[in-house]
Design a protein around this ligand. Sequence first.
Ligand SMILES: *Cc1c(COP(=O)(O)O)cnc(C)c1O
Length: 399
Amino acid sequence: MKSNSVKRGRNFLHTPGPTNIPDRILNAMHRPAIDFSGPDFLELAIEIFRDIKPIFRTEGRVFIYTSSGHGAWEAALANVLSPGDKVLVPETGQFSASWTDMARTLSIEADYLTNDWRHGIDPDEVEQKLRDDKQHAIKAVLTVQTDTGTSITSDIPAVRRAIDAANHPALLMVDTIASLGTIDFRMDDWGVDVAVGASQKGLMLPPGLGFTATSEKALRAAEACTMPRNYWDWRNRQDDAHYRWFCGTAPEHLIFGLREAINMVMEEGFDRIFARHARLAGAVRKAVGVWAEAGAIDFNAAVEAERSNSVTTIRVADGYDGDAVRAACRDNFQIALGGGLGQLQGRAFRIGHMGDLNEPMILGCLAGVEAALQVCGIPHGRGGAQSAIDHLAATAASA
Ligand SMILES: *Cc1c(COP(=O)(O)O)cnc(C)c1O
């Protein structure tokens, strides 16, 4: 740490993962280790495997890994796809790209439906691809509900309808890592076969847990799947022997935290959680809209309805540096932002607004970002933070 870098007050964490960890979750984790094969932990584990299901809105089995989101990605692929199998991946940004790279590493053939990184999945294009696949070579469609790189949210039920309209048996796989617990996701109602999640975004936990939620059809596919796998294998993890549920020592403290996180989600309720995220995201979009008036700043997501309630990717015009905004925020205002990823590197910055967040936190962030734009000399409409205040005042419950 630099000698002149003494900081006071809270750091404002607006990376799109990890997100703020509430004190309740930190406190739930602040305890000694226990015997993970003793009765207390077993009881908790049984409860957790049951109570994680409603988070995905599923009756199906959910597998819990000690892993990052990338681990859960690999688990999803390795359990239902065999080497040489083909998948269809509509491009949405950095995360559809990375998941595709991973699939190819596993000798899965990926048909990547390219996109401009400014629009969500086009269900008509998916339908056409599947209609053209008369032999049903495509085994799965891999989608990212909210791509955290581009901050684009795609319409997953529309993808389901496209698969059904083409009368195609492909599995529907959805990365919900940046959307679970921030916007609606209904695994069973939407006919999703595999949903991938992680702990450190909408669920407000530290990084370290990956989830795969499964349909009956996905579990059947796992029986026939020949991909070499062991740690990720769903079959081992359904064993009666409890030490197999986590394939090794259980991540106890993350499970203590997850217990509290699920309690918090259930207390607030999905409707209120989603409304809170929509309202705070609305405040961010108001500010960005004002900043954009000077022509050097723009939303990455071109279509208003596709702008994520979890994260906002903000483009800066050629000749300006997105990373400079991030550095100015970090160095001057104790705000941590995300940077531009992949083809947006240096050309964008990202404000994360998911998880344990309230109005003054988002206003503090927006005011700091606006100040950073001034520091960086990036032309922007003034009063973005004010328009966020106006939005929050106008949408507040009346006194
Ligand atoms: C964060 C994220 C990932 C990767 O999660 P890690 O825990 O960093 O491996 C994958 N997909 C999406 C949509 C994400 O937001």
